[in-house]
Design a protein around this ligand. Structure first.
Ligand SMILES: Cc1cc2nc3c(=O)[nH]c(=O)nc-3n(C[C@H](O)[C@H](O)[C@H](O)COP(=O)(O)OP(=O)(O)OC[C@H]3O[C@@H](n4cnc5c(N)ncnc54)[C@H](O)[C@@H]3O)c2cc1C
Length: 409
């Protein structure tokens, strides 16, 4: 059978696009490798501007029905700050996107399954446990795959690469991925039985040789991340790694972390080195890339989901506006995405330099920054870009002069 669209990868981006396009009446084939979505420590926090994208794609209600949990305030702790003063300066998160009370948290496996189910409900042909083989692009695209032991070849005018960082479609399209150097190690763990933390408040902080982020998901469950220096690769390796990781949260400057450290690990601890990357283009004849397949932002900012939803919204708008039989024009998508990713890459560099560098110089830099931002809020505008979207702040925030103001020369 010929489809209108073959989507390789049924994670966040692939399943969301399949749902949106099937709802629009297109014949969608969605090919997902896994048979069950597992916790591989991927994104679980959607920024306010990303929540707006989930609304614009018509998927927000399904996420909330599946247990999506909004956060409403943010606290930045730091070894150079008094914890009580940090808490007194808690940032309300409901002011960054119209009608959005704050970021939305939802477990990645639940998130993927919810979107996959939406795609099926909307009429997409959605297959699990698929092994994708040869991908041919250009004027007559096709995808060979094996499903339930049967070899098949599907054809469609367009193949979407939505299979994450190691995209097969990207390789078949001959699009080079440009990756930045790794900046720090970053690990995540789901923690249960966390008593006494505000379930609506996210926190971040840096002390000594460790930086942390915590995102409550409700019912005593919190997704936590930690970052540390690149040379200490095996710091949290081994069977006792999760315990040592939680112990690292016990910090003088963030007393509430005691409750996190006393919690129970409820999933795997996976560590990744953090960097940003970008494909040279997000499309080629017969193919378009969305989400991580098209390049990712350093997860320090937690924006991969928001980026992916915006990709889905723009690509689906282009496809719906393309007359039958015509080739979609993805140039506006490329133009918007390249500038969006340029800005977010710089924002991530500033954040990583501030929060994920350690030692005396880094401590002094953070002290200068926090004191400076308290006196002049424009110093923290890259943080507004994270919450409200990279287009929501003046363009000069992403120029060298502002970067130098934030992190020094
Ligand atoms: C440690 C860490 C923390 C993060 N935290 C956040 C956060 O808090 N907030 C946020 O917004 N982002 C976060 N991110 C980023 C976010 O997880 C990703 O940007 C997002 O999941 C990308 O969605 P995607 O659909 O492109 O890829 P994925 O969600 O990775 O989905 C890809 C899918 O393709 C499937 N697949 C892979 N290969 C094939 C193949 N050959 N054939 C068929 N199917 C295939 C996979 O099984 C998977 O289901 C984090 C990333 C990391 C590494």
């Amino acid at each position: 059978m010929t489809h209108d669209l073959i989507i390789v990868g049924g994670g966040i981006g692939g399943s969301a696009l399949a749902a949106v396009m099937a709802r629009a009446g297109r014949r969608v084939l969605l090919l997902e490798k896994s048979t069950a979505y597992e916790d591989r420590v991927r994104g679980e926090w959607i920024a306010p501007w990303g929540v707006t994208e989930t609304k614009r794609t018509g998927l927000y209600d399904a996420l909330v029905a599946a247990g999506g949990h909004h956060l409403t305030s943010h606290v930045t702790y730091d070894e150079t700050r008094d914890p009580a003063a940090a808490e007194a300066g808690a940032l309300p998160l409901g002011m960054f996107a119209d009608g959005v009370v704050g970021p939305l948290c939802i477990r990645h496996p639940v998130h993927c399954q919810t979107l996959f189910d939406q795609a099926v409900l909307a009429g997409a042909e959605a297959l699990r446990g698929v092994a994708v083989g040869a991908i041919t692009l250009g004027a007559s695209p096709s995808v060979a795959y094996v499903h339930e032991g049967r070899e098949q070849v599907a054809t469609a005018p367009l193949v979407v690469g939505a299979e994450g960082r190691q995209s097969q479609v990207r390789r078949a399209a001959g699009l080079t991925l440009h990756q930045d150097k790794p900046h720090h190690w970053f690990a995540g763990l789901l923690v249960d039985d966390v008593a006494g933390v505000d379930p609506l408040r996210q926190t971040i902080g840096t002390e000594g040789d460790f930086a942390f982020l915590t995102f409550p998901q409700g019912d005593g469950r919190v997704r936590v991340y930690g970052g540390w220096d690149l040379p200490a690769k095996t710091r949290f390796a081994g069977a006792e790694g999760p315990r040592r990781f939680l112990d690292a949260f016990r910090l003088r400057s963030a007393p509430h972390n005691e409750a996190i450290a006393a919690g129970t690990p409820a999933g795997p601890l996976f560590a990744y080195y953090n960097n940003s990357a970008l494909a040279e283009r997000p499309f080629a004849p017969g193919a378009v890339l969305i989400g991580d397949a098209a390049g990712w932002n350093d997860p320090i900012l937690g924006l991969g989901l928001s980026i992916t939803y915006r990709d889905v919204r723009i690509v689906s708008d282009i496809l719906r506006a393309t007359p039958d039989g015509a080739a979609p024009d993805f140039r506006p998508y490329e133009e918007e995405r390249v500038e969006r990713m340029r800005r977010l890459r710089l924002a991530a560099e500033m954040q990583a330099t501030l929060d994920m560098e350690f030692g005396e110089d880094a401590r002094n830099r953070r002290r200068r920054y926090h004191e400076g931002a308290a006196a002049d809020p424009t110093l923290g505008l890259h943080g507004v870009a994270v919450l409200a979207g990279p287009e929501a702040v003046p363009a000069d925030i992403f120029e060298p002069a502002h970067v130098a103001r934030v992190v020094g020369a």
